[in-house]
Design a binder for this molecule. Structure first.
Ligand SMILES: Cc1cc2nc3c(=O)[nH]c(=O)nc-3n(C[C@H](O)[C@H](O)[C@H](O)COP(=O)(O)OP(=O)(O)OC[C@H]3O[C@@H](n4cnc5c(N)ncnc54)[C@H](O)[C@@H]3O)c2cc1C
Length: 807
């Protein structure tokens, strides 16, 4: 075994081998994979080998498509058969709600280039002869599904990597990982030590244990998973003879089942409701090529449905039941990327569908390690989407929920209950007492809307029980004054004698003077966005406000760029600083009643920021509002939040103050065409595309990150433009990820939208190619399988001349 390497990859499952292959393919060959046993000795060897392209996140779906297309390449390069059979598949809906969901999947597939087609339940047996069409309301045909040989694929990756110069050491167990003072990693094994610049944790079932070697508690948990294999079935033989092809894959969402042909019989797997974790605290090191004891009672309810939906199963014997463990993150997506605070330590774990996702995970990680950027939008898989709050017990609750809901519908207005409430702010119970219906962002309970007694969300793809109440909250803001909680924003304090110099290089905007705020895009080297913030200059101290879900993501970026000499300190304030926001034409009158500071428009204009007492509480107040109205954001230490909340409510009484939640906030920002991070603003768009170029100080003297690329793109930007559309929708608005049609062709996608109650319009924001971005007509947006006329809306629907906001 070599003593030094550029990269050590820990784990020879499908994911580790894919990472190794992609690193080698991109030209890094001083790399070694360490596997404690034979390759495939974790969850890989007993996988059912199914592969599919669909995923709730379109960016993950793209990587799944890449993975499936890669198999031919590694087979050719390695000479190792992968056993890939692209049979195609059918996705089945037994309810209308599921069919609505499937229509959304087909629609997304249009701009992802997936070959999906809606078919009727009656047509479905022509594709999959074992199903009883009377049990279903409709289906979708997917030409890219199939299955493969898990061991063949893993060995093909490893052999192809070896051919390119990588090394694989089997029967070499990593026992400890120690960081040296020079930043290199000592990877200590039972066969000696390798010193490496980079370490990749692809430990699969043992990813947690490998993480613990460097003090990390990764939010992953293994779950038991069962599938059965039947005896040979005459129906299968008959179909094979008649058509000359295999029976295709089927996913029966309402039965929570997947099926495919396995030799002369069938394989049926289920994500049962009575989900069972495996090795909750510690994965035993002596586990390897064993299976777990099957528990047919646990999967019996799903099998009952399966045998009804596919009657041929009633007449056949079960040959074998496989029960094996594999790992999940709380949301079921992989954990990929560099770990904040551990330079050179990378993870590629929590991959629950290694044969659909492994290739994409390997590619993204290799790009990231070699180029400094994953090369696509992998936010949905980024390990930084979790913070310390994703504890072991939280992960346990969420993974169980996710597993048992793997094939369940999640409606756009549905909030899942497991692991909640976990993080709450001091006003939580005050808001709850007023009917707040909460959602979760970054583990924190946030008010979505306020329900009168006896009313709650009715889950639906269409406008629902909250519609009129959210409308009322919106009108309260636009006509009087509204109060909401904004503690979920990320807040960073930047101090130190180098702070100004550093911020000028990190952020693309012109830095504000003391007492002023500004919008602050942050760019990567390639000139694309990596953040959009509000920056406040508090004189000697800077406050950056940003998206709460990206706190870890942005801290990883900030810390990576901190000067070594300690001239700059940056701190994520988390819930050590909480907030309330007040907006509407009467907002100033309310504020004036509760502070001695002069908050007149002259003394405290738009974008001003100051420390002031609200009641008796020391606060920071910024004259800014995401509602696009006259408004204020008020920040305070948590111990003051109840006091400030009460005093604002009391003072606001005479002005008709009312509470509003994030759904009303969404409706308000839509009529201002304001985007948000992780929706409109993502690392695949440049500032011109995203319409943020007006906040980029192209000519400021500081050589900010991404400046050269941004200056080059300034005239023309990239391919796309963010646009706002008014949609002729009647009872269902966009959610996000719908296709945008232009003159009969899919040309773009929706990033977010909804109903703008004040304007009384259905609004969608989305990206379209720049050549058509200024066409007023010809657009259509597809919602639930129906195309609706969409008209470009260039000017904001509300306060286009900024009189309210600045007045
Ligand atoms: C019953 C079942 C059916 C499944 N069906 C499918 C399916 O149809 N399609 C699909 O895509 N996925 C399926 N999966 C999931 C799939 O198996 C996983 O997504 C995949 O195997 C994850 O691969 P991995 O490389 O991340 O982890 P693993 O396969 O667990 O590999 C990790 C490797 O790391 C090694 N290792 C760990 N720690 C160390 C150490 N300290 N030193 C050295 N080596 C170490 C282990 O020995 C192991 O070989 C199924 C899983 C199960 C259990």
């Amino acid at each position: 075994m070599k003593s030094h390497a550029k990269v050590v990859v820990i784990g020879g499952g499908v994911v580790g081998c894919s990472v190794l292959y992609h690193l080698a393919r991109h030209g890094w060959t001083d790399i070694v994979l360490l596997e404690r046993s034979e390759l495939t000795s974790g969850s890989t060897w007993h996988a059912a080998g199914g592969m599919h392209t669909i995923n709730g996140d379109p960016n993950v779906a793209k990587l799944q498509k890449y993975t499936i297309e890669l198999y031919r390449e590694i087979e050719e390069l390695s000479g190792q058969a992968t056993g890939v059979h692209v049979t195609g598949g059918v996705l089945l809906a037994a309810t209308e709600a599921r069919m609505d969901w499937l229509r959304g999947v087909v629609a997304k597939g249009r701009y992802l280039g997936l070959d999906l087609e809606e078919i009727s339940a009656r047509e479905a047996p022509e594709l999959m002869p074992l199903l009883d069409p009377s049990q279903f309301v409709g289906a979708v045909r997917n030409s890219e599904d199939g299955h493969l040989d898990p061991s063949g694929v893993t060995h093909a990756y490893a052999k192809a990597a070896r051919k390119l110069g990588a090394e694989v050491e089997r029967f070499t167990k990593v026992e400890d990982i120690v960081r040296r003072e020079d930043g290199m990693w000592r990877v200590i094994t039972d066969k000696g030590e390798v010193v490496a610049e980079h370490v990749v944790n692809a430990g699969g079932l043992w990813a947690r244990e490998v993480g613990r070697m460097v003090g990390l508690e990764l939010p992953v948990l293994a779950m038991e998973h069962m599938y059965l294999i039947t005896e040979d079935m005459p129906e299968v033989a008959e179909w094979n003879t008649k058509t000359g092809s295999e029976i295709i894959h089927a996913v029966d969402f309402d039965g929570e089942l997947y099926l495919r042909q396995e030799r002369g019989g069938m394989l049926m797997g289920t994500y049962e409701k009575a989900a069972k974790p495996w090795s909750e605290f510690q994965t035993p090191w002596n586990f390897g090529h064993e299976l777990l004891e099957p528990d047919i009672d646990r999967i019996a309810p799903s099998l009952e449905v399966g045998f009804r939906h596919f009657p041929a199963f009633q007449k056949t014997g079960i040959k074998q039941i496989i029960n094996g463990p594999f790992t999940f993150a709380p949301d079921g997506n992989p954990l990929v990327g560099p770990v904040r605070g551990l330079p050179g330590f990378w993870v590629a774990c929590g991959v629950m569908a290694g044969f659909s996702q492994g290739g994409g995970v390997g590619l993204a990680l290799a790009n990231w390690m070699i180029e400094g950027d994953p090369g696509f939008d992998i936010w949905a898989m980024d390990v930084a989407r979790y913070g310390d709050w994703a504890s072991m017990a939280y992960t346990n609750a969420k993974v169980r929920e996710n597993y048992s809901r793997r094939f369940s519908i999640r409606f756009p207005n549905e909030e899942l209950p497991a692991g909640r409430p976990l993080r709450t702010t001091p006003v939580y119970d005050l808001l709850a007492a007023r009917g707040a219906q909460f959602g979760v962002t970054y583990g924190l309970e946030v008010p979505l809307w306020y329900a009168p007694d006896g009313v709650k969300d009715e889950f639906s793809w269409r406008r629902s029980s909250d519609f009129e109440h959210v409308g009322q909250e919106v009108r309260t803001v636009r006509e009087a004054v509204g109060l909401t909680e904004i503690s979920s924003f990320a807040k960073y304090r930047v101090t130190g004698e180098g702070a100004e110099f550093w911020l000028d290089r990190m952020l693309a905007c012109k830095l504000p003077r003391p007492g002023r705020m500004t919008l602050a895009p942050m760019l990567k080297q390639d000139g694309k966005l990596i953040g959009d913030f509000t920056l406040a200059n508090l004189g000697g101290e800077w406050l950056i406000l940003g998206s709460g879900i990206a706190e870890q993501y942005h801290m990883r970026w900030f810390e990576r760029h901190l000067p070594a000499e300690g001239l700059v300190r940056i701190e994520a304030l988390g819930l050590g600083r909480v907030g309330l926001a007040m907006a509407g034409p009467k907002a100033r009158a309310v504020l004036a009643k509760v502070t001695r500071a002069d908050v007149s428009n002259e003394a405290f204009p738009f974008m001003a920021v100051a420390r002031m007492d609200i009641g008796m509480a020391p606060c920071i107040v910024g004259r800014i509002s995401y509602t696009g109205d006259l408004g204020y954001e008020i920040w305070m230490a948590p111990e003051y939040q109840r006091h400030v909340f009460q005093i604002l409510r009391e003072a606001g009484d005479e002005f008709g103050i009312g509470l509003f939640g994030s759904r009303a906030l969404n409706a308000l920002r839509l009529e201002k065409n304001y985007g948000s991070w992780a929706r409109e603003y993502r690392p695949i768009y440049d500032p011109v595309e995203a319409g943020l170029d007006r906040f980029v100080a192209y000519s400021k003297p500081a050589d900010f990150i991404g400046k050269a690329a941004a200056v080059e793109m300034r005239e023309n930007g990239g391919r796309l433009r963010l646009r706002s559309f008014l949609v002729g929708a009647l009872d269902a608005d966009v959610i996000g990820d719908e296709p945008i049609w232009f003159r009969g062709e899919v040309r773009g996608w929706v990033t977010s939208g909804g109903y703008a109650h004040n304007a009384g319009k259905s609004v969608a924001l989305g990206y379209v190619p720049k050549e058509i971005a200024d066409e007023a007509d010809g657009f259509e947006i597809e919602i639930l399988g129906k195309r609706h006329a969409a008209r470009l809306q260039a000017a904001p629907l509300f306060d286009a001349n900024l009189e309210r906001m600045r007045g």
